[in-house]
Design a protein around this ligand. Structure first.
Ligand SMILES: [Zn+2]
Length: 127
């Protein structure tokens, strides 16, 4: 858990408790695919494995996730999104997530697919 008043790790500029923290706690559902993506990135940053599992579509969800505590997620850049809005059932988000691991810088670039079922967005897989 992190302080709800700190800046959200997704770097939206909002406080964690007003941003991804609301989704992590279950208080609210991410309304768009991009917000789900940001909240999943933030879940990696704060170590919330349960949130990653519950926002992973059951058809592709792994049995467990082990977040590497040595991998420090530093920045998320959203490159491009398609659909994924309030009235959509599918969407994609292309992003680059930057991290440090044992002092080395690295980045992960992915084009992720999302679906919405029962008003809830899920991560499906990478294109
Ligand atoms: Zn956030």
């Amino acid at each position: 858990m992190i302080d709800p008043e700190v800046r959200c790790p997704c770097l939206s500029g909002e406080q964690y408790g007003q941003c991804c923290g609301r989704f992590h706690s279950g208080e609210a559902e991410a309304p768009t695919a991009e917000q789900l993506m940001r909240s999943r990135y933030a879940a990696f940053a704060v170590g919330d494995e349960a949130y990653l599992l519950r926002t992973w579509h059951p058809s592709t969800r792994p049995r467990r996730i082990d977040i590497d505590p040595e991998q420090a997620w530093r920045r998320l850049d959203i490159l491009r999104t398609t659909a994924g809005g309030l009235l959509d059932q599918t969407g994609t988000v292309e992003f680059v997530a930057h991290y440090r691991h044992h002092g080395e810088r690295g980045s992960l670039r992915e084009h992720s697919r999302f679906v919405r079922e029962h008003r809830q967005w899920f991560y499906v897989d990478a294109l």
